[in-house]
Design a protein around this ligand. Structure first.
Ligand SMILES: [Zn+2]
Length: 149
């Protein structure tokens, strides 16, 4: 007996989800640098005076750069469920943009399952839920482990 909950992003405007999930970054129109979360005012490239940005979907795959157990709730604007459940956080370097994006690793993986240099892909998952909504967020999954029994 489950009523259909509404699936909504836990953080508005950080990703698009229509079947697959893609993070939304911004790209400086002057130097073409990518930023995530989106940059809207000043380019962070010290050699660039750019102030205009385009919203762009970022690569869905990247290389595992670093990872750790996260035993404490992350700072805002990251959203954490309450009560807090420890999880693995992965820093993944996106293939095209060469920028590092943090995210939780999907449930079912241990630190021992991961190694630097692994190919990772984005997956949409529930971060937490309340009576009406499921709040969705991106997570990282090692490539080739989707749908395993
Ligand atoms: Zn720039």
């Amino acid at each position: 007996m489950s009523t259909q909950k509404k699936r909504v992003p836990a953080i508005e405007g950080w990703f698009v989800a229509d079947g697959t999930v893609a993070l939304l970054g911004s790209q400086c129109t002057s130097c073409r640098s990518y930023f995530f979360p989106k940059e809207s005012f000043f380019c962070r490239n010290p050699a660039c005076q750019g102030t205009e940005f385009e919203e762009v979907p970022l690569s869905r795959r990247g290389t595992l750069w670093s990872y750790t157990n996260n035993a404490y709730p992350p700072p805002a604007p990251y959203v954490a469920p309450d009560p807090f459940v420890p999880y693995i956080v992965a820093a993944v370097e996106l293939g095209t943009e060469k920028m590092v994006v943090l995210g939780q690793v999907v449930k079912g993986f241990e630190i021992a399952d991961l190694r630097v240099g692994m190919e990772m892909e984005l997956e949409l998952d529930t971060l937490f839920e309340d009576a009406e909504n499921e709040y969705l967020v991106w997570k990282w999954r090692p490539v080739g482990t989707r749908g395993g029994a």
